[in-house]
Design a protein around this ligand. Structure first.
Ligand code: COA
Length: 260
């Protein structure tokens, strides 16, 4: 696939998407959002890929937000459409993928950038990373799920303060708040993230996909997470992965999972 705004590489079961507009601090314009959707969709369909990593090109930014130059003159309807379309194409789409998606946050993750990182299943930050939702400083609110996912991740009070002040927090503060799982020196960020991806890849892809679904169910209105867990727990029993996992354990060998 040919992309203008992102780079996609695949190696050893890991698909890496790098947002590649460093001169604009990797800001998400419409074209980039569409390309990201297409890349995630293709990696989800690629049977050789088991984990997806998202990062930003350069040493300065993961993503410095939605591209402000694109929406500065929008009307009420255009604004609502921008948020709805973005959420459907990218942010909800990523969160619901059955393959694990890890954000390697390599610098500024602001506005839509932090919202993208929060849509990923978890986050690892470089020590220079800075995170925030500065939308109210522009006269808008976060529109790509930020008002929902930030409180889910760090609690309502902290999210209220971050959103109201439009301030940025450091990688260490993000770690303490539970927004990122690890903080590592920038030069080690990708290797560290790939190492975690490799640990994930030893496990059943089918079961991981179902676990993602069950965990996400806790955060969806009108869906009972416990029931979702029971249903998906049951589904695992019909899979080759389950047979392989239990048989390998009893035979004292390493399981070879296929995801089927
Ligand atoms: N949308 C569009 N362009 C952006 C952008 C965004 N969200 N963030 C950065 N850029 C562009 C800048 O306009 C600049 O482009 P130019 O060189 O053509 O003028 C380039 O990226 C570099 O940014 P610059 O502001 O010069 O870098 P800096 O080191 O001085 O500041 C930030 C870095 C992240 C603090 C600053 O770019 C910023 O505040 N960006 C906007 C963050 C934001 O509000 N995001 C939420 C959007 S809803």
């Amino acid at each position: 696939m040919n992309f203008e705004n992102i780079l996609v590489t695949t190696e050893n079961g890991i698909g890496q998407i790098t947002i590649n507009r460093p001169s604009k601090l990797n800001a998400l314009n419409k074209a980039t959002i569409q390309e990201l959707h297409d890349a995630f969709e293709a990696l989800e369909a690629n049977e050789e890929i088991r984990v997806i990593i998202v990062t930003g090109e350069g040493e300065k930014a993961f993503v410095a937000g939605a591209d402000i130059s694109e929406f500065a003159n929008f009307s009420i309807q255009e604004g609502a459409h921008l948020a709805a379309q973005g959420q459907e194409l990218l942010f909800d789409f990523v969160e619901s993928l059955r393959k694990p998606v890890i954000a390697a946050v390599n610098g500024f993750a602001l506005g839509g950038g932090l919202e993208l990182a929060m849509s990923c299943h978890f986050r690892i930050a470089s020590d220079n990373a800075k995170m925030g939702l500065p939308e109210v400083s522009l006269g808008v609110i976060p529109g790509y799920g930020g008002t929902q996912r930030l409180p889910q991740l760090i609690g309502k009070g902290r999210a209220m303060e971050m959103i109201m002040t439009a301030g940025m927090i450091s990688a260490e503060e993000a770690f303490r708040a539970g927004l990122v799982n690890h903080v590592v020196p920038q030069a080690e960020l990708l290797d560290f993230t790939k190492n975690i991806a490799t640990k994930i890849m030893r496990n059943s892809p089918f079961a991981i996909g179902r676990a993602i679904k069950a965990i996400n169910a806790n955060y969806k209105d009108g869906i009972n997470g416990f029931e979702t867990e029971i249903r998906n727990f049951g589904k695992c029993f019909g899979t080759e992965d389950f047979k392989e996992g239990t048989t390998a354990f009893l035979e004292k060998r390493k399981a070879e999972f296929t995801g089927k």
